[in-house]
Design a binder for this molecule. Structure first.
Ligand code: HEC
Length: 294
């Protein structure tokens, strides 16, 4: 029996569609699902086996039915099967319903009384495929009109703006939960003793050599007074420690050595030293720092 697609191709196509679907839906990281989960391989194998079994059964049944047909029926079936795709009854019906063409013999009945220098006009039906398209456009335009003109739906620009605003919120949220990604815009002053103790350790290890263990200043300026060369808010101090001081002054950028979280801790520690008045501290440098947001 002649079919549109040969049996072996059909089996392969169905198998690979199912294969693709399982790979798509089974989340298996960077390895294919059928390697990561043996159950998936087993399922695919059984599925392939069933497909082949079904094909064999169908062709066997076809064979038996064919043997039971009378010679007349056999030849009719033969004829139908040998017809090309376009000659098949269902295809013709479909085309007719979409185009509603009148056979050329009926032309006389369609002729209108219009005659333009020998050019005549036929009164054909509008092809249904075209008419359906037109209806679809009307429905679309009604929906469009209501959504965008009456209910004031977002146009593309608005949609973009909203998405960008949402993205900003998402980034801020993400930064909150991932302090290692903190920067000088999102840094906050820590006041917990545990954090300050961490900051103190970092300070003693890395900074005391120049700023003195008590922050009173030596090569580097006094960090305990009210005066700051580069700004004395948490954001400014964080910036100074991350990016270093002015060129040639000796304060290097620490962002390659310390993690943002550590810079936050040591910056908070420094700010906690304010007003501690260590002995023999270096005299004040820079400007008196006034917190703007207070
Ligand atoms: C090699 C010496 C040296 C080391 C080590 C050092 N600093 Fe400095 N620091 C300086 C100098 C010098 C300045 C002044 C920079 C300027 O004038 O631009 C400074 C400035 C600063 C300032 C800005 C002070 C102001 O008045 O604005 C801060 C804050 C600071 N250091 C923190 C630290 C921290 C925290 C560490 C350790 C992680 C550290 N420093 C390590 C030498 C050092």
């Amino acid at each position: 029996m002649k079919k549109l697609i040969p049996a072996y191709l059909r089996v392969l196509i169905i198998f690979f569609v199912i294969f693709g679907v399982t790979e798509y839906f089974v989340d298996s990281g960077d390895r294919p699902a059928f390697i990561k989960y043996p159950m998936v391989s087993l399922f695919l194998f059984v599925f392939l086996f069933l497909l082949i079994a079904i094909e064999i059964t169908i062709s066997a049944i076809d064979n038996v039915t064919y043997q039971l047909l009378t010679d007349d029926q056999k030849s009719k079936l033969e004829e139908e099967n040998n017809k090309s795709f376009k000659e098949k009854q269902w295809y013709k019906k479909l085309m007719q319903s979409l185009t509603k063409t009148e056979p050329i013999e009926n032309e006389a009945g369609l002729l209108l009384n219009h005659d333009y220098d020998g050019i005549k006009e036929l009164d054909n039906n509008l092809p249904p495929w075209w008419v359906y398209l037109f209806y679809a456009c009307i429905v679309f335009s009604a929906v469009y009109l209501v959504k965008f003109e009456i209910l004031d739906g977002d146009n593309q620009e608005m949609e973009l703006k909203k998405e960008l605003a949402q993205a900003k919120i998402d980034v801020a949220e993400y930064m909150k939960n991932a302090p290692d990604l903190m920067d000088e815009k999102t840094v906050t002053l820590l006041t917990e003793p545990a954090d300050l103790a961490k900051g103190e350790t970092l300070f003693t290890t890395n900074c005391a050599a120049c700023h003195r263990a008590d922050g009173g200043g030596q090569i580097g300026p006094n960090l305990t007074d009210e005066n700051w060369i580069l700004g004395g808010g948490i954001k400014e101090v964080f910036h100074t420690i991350s990016n270093g001081g002015r060129d040639g002054k000796g304060m290097i950028a620490w962002k390659g050595t310390l993690k943002p979280k550590e810079i936050q801790a040591v910056a908070s520690y420094i700010l906690s030293l304010k007003g501690s008045n260590p002995k023999d501290a270096k005299e004040a440098e820079g400007e008196l720092w006034v917190e703007e947001n207070k």
